[in-house]
Design a protein around this ligand. Structure first.
Ligand code: EGV
Length: 380
């Protein structure tokens, strides 16, 4: 891409956001930077893309609401979210970032300002919300996930990314119950970003049953963007109780009429395949790449993997003492290997992210192996 504001060789990694660092790899080289799905299609997925002309014809002819509903049902059903399918309002968007933008604007329009959010997490979530004029207050991941965190005074919204990006940590059913009950008692809106749900069965319990039982106000962002190598044809969804009074539909319609029916039809087919065994293949694919990455780096005894239980399609590496992630990032980049330094994930305390790199695993296995070898050579 040529439209970077900074020429790539003058990228200041401490000043730009993670997405700009991800886009720096678009000129070529080994890209294990962005978390998007760039691995091979499975044979079953290839059969779906071979049917694209047929899906195009179906999409052109089908009533749009029907296609939208069947896609939402296929995706949420595959993710185990049966109560959402039965009881919730669902708005389909082109991406989860767009869904987050719509949600942020709806919160702002309702007079809400103070959002307590999990820390660290992918920087575009706090950046989008701050860009709208909301105030973001960090809550440490550990305290969110074990329930020990205290919400900052005046909290109106609690936002939890689960599984979290980049750590892969999951909010358990018990912890969700706790936060949903606290939010119900305190009049706090609970927002979940579950974009990585598809990677981890531990995140696939029926979250909406928990939210409904607690009686809290909630909005959940669901996403297919990280799961399947569909060239960024994907659906982000806003899912909420039909009685929710945030102006979500109004803001949505300011921005969107709807998602392309071709995308709805394609995503529906990938979701049906996922439910019929595709998720098992996906989990195996990610596990293989994680093993390749970690085993290649075993000889470098002074680094470690801070997220041993992560199952999502990225993995963090904690660097040997004395090394800064942005230095390692810069060095690898000169060799044409693009990783992510974790600085910006720590949106309220960037310095604390300098210990870690993030490596994307949704790639052909050779790409992950090449990146791991480059890192091992540099550190070893
Ligand atoms: C990840 C890209 C956006 C984002 C990538 C991501 N940035 N949408 N501004 O989709 O983990 O690499 O979430």
């Amino acid at each position: 891409m040529t439209d970077l504001i900074d020429p790539p060789d003058r990228l200041d990694e401490s000043a730009v956001n993670l997405t700009e660092l991800e886009r720096a790899s678009f000129d070529g080289g080994v890209n294990v930077a962005d978390g998007h799905a760039r691995h091979e299609l499975t044979p079953a997925q290839r059969e779906i893309t071979d049917r694209l002309p047929e899906l195009f014809a179906e999409a052109a002819a089908a009533p749009e609401n029907e296609l939208d509903r069947s896609c939402q049902h296929a995706v949420l059903g595959a993710l185990g979210q049966h109560t959402a399918v039965a009881d919730c309002e669902i708005l389909s968007c082109y991406s989860s970032s767009l869904a987050m933008e719509i949600l942020g604007r709806a919160l702002h329009a309702a007079g809400i300002r103070r959002v307590a959010a999990i820390h660290p997490t992918f920087d575009n979530i706090p950046d989008i919300l701050r860009g709208i004029g909301l105030t973001l207050l960090p809550v440490p991941e550990k305290g969110v996930l074990d329930g020990s965190a205290r919400l900052p005074a005046g909290t109106e919204v609690l936002l939890i990314t689960t599984p979290n990006n980049p750590t892969g940590r999951v909010l358990s059913r018990e912890a969700l119950t706790l936060w949903a009950e606290r939010c119900a008692a305190g009049g706090v809106v609970l927002v979940l970003d579950a974009s990585f749900r598809g990677f981890d069965p531990a995140a696939q319990y029926d979250s909406y049953a928990v939210l409904a039982a607690a009686g809290c106000r909630y909005v959940v962002v669901e996403d297919t963007g990280k799961l399947w190598p569909t060239l960024d044809l994907k659906i982000g969804m806003l899912v909420f109780d039909p009685g929710e009074r945030l102006p979500l539909r109004r803001i949505y319609s300011d921005i969107l009429l709807g998602v392309s029916p071709l995308i709805l039809a394609l995503v529906r087919e990938f979701a049906r395949d996922a439910a019929a065994g595709g998720f098992t293949d996906l989990h195996r694919m990610v596990a293989t790449r994680r093993d390749v990455l970690r085993s290649q780096l075993v000889p470098v005894g002074t680094l470690w993997f801070p997220d041993p239980d992560s199952r999502i399609s990225v993995d963090r590496i904690a660097l040997p003492p004395g090394l800064r992630a942005t230095e390692v990032w810069r060095h690898l980049r000169r060799q044409g290997v693009h990783v992510l330094p974790c600085r910006q994930f720590h949106w309220a305390d960037p310095e604390s992210g300098e210990r870690c790199l993030r490596i994307a695993l949704g790639r052909p296995v050779g790409i992950v192996a090449t990146a791991a070898a480059a890192l091992r050579d540099y550190l070893g």
